[in-house]
Design a protein around this ligand. Structure first.
Ligand SMILES: N[C@@H](CCC(=O)N[C@@H](CS)C(=O)NCC(=O)O)C(=O)O
Ligand SMILES: N[C@@H](CCC(=O)N[C@@H](CS)C(=O)NCC(=O)O)C(=O)O
Ligand code: FES
Lengths: 95, 95
């Protein structure tokens, strides 16, 4: 479907993608974490998409098995080529 | 108003009250924390109240200044009399 093509395009073109909701604290935490590490995530706020929000959320569940937010996609290969994988891994190990 | 009276009655009759939303992870965390400490919170799930949910959330903001969930009320005097304040404070200090 067209919506599915849009999601796949978003994920392939952006090394860090976060499907989020503006009023969700878990989503806010993950967005700030990436920014703190110097990575600017590509953010899609599902609650600001009107009727498309729930459609995208259902589609993501079909594609990933996850129906919750934040739904995070990280292209580790692309990040590694940009030398940006290390900070992310150090932060993950530090936690 | 009648809704305001209901809220005040809830808070005075229950030593631990959590205004929550069922799909919110911050709300889930605070509810499990109280249960882990042996305190059974009185939980109001705002997203299960239909049109009354947003009304209660607005009223709580007027009463407390807080418009977010989880919105937690703890009657420390009542808990102290029941000998239940100590575990709560120890947990708070431990964090
Ligand atoms: N353990 C999961 C929790 C995910 C979760 O429960 N997310 C909630 C919001 S905090 C959710 O998506 N609820 C359903 C919804 O908002 O549609 C994580 O860390 O991502
Ligand atoms: N720092 C606050 C965060 C509270 C917060 O932002 N709550 C969010 C849900 S996680 C909220 O109520 N958003 C608006 C709404 O759901 O109406 C806390 O720890 O309680
Ligand atoms: S943490 Fe509250 S909605 Fe996600």
């Amino acid at each position: 479907s067209r919506l599915e093509e849009t999601i796949k395009k978003t994920i392939t073109e952006n090394p860090v993608v976060v499907y989020s909701k503006t009023w969700c604290s878990y989503s806010s935490e993950v967005k700030s974490l990436f920014r703190k590490l110097g990575l600017e995530p590509f953010v899609i706020e599902l609650d600001e998409m009107g009727a498309q929000g729930p459609q995208v959320q259902k589609l993501l569940e079909r594609l990933t098995g996850q129906h919750t937010v934040p739904n995070v996609f990280i292209d580790t290969v692309k990040l590694h080529h940009k030398g940006e994988l290390e900070p992310l891994l150090s932060e993950a190990v530090a936690k």
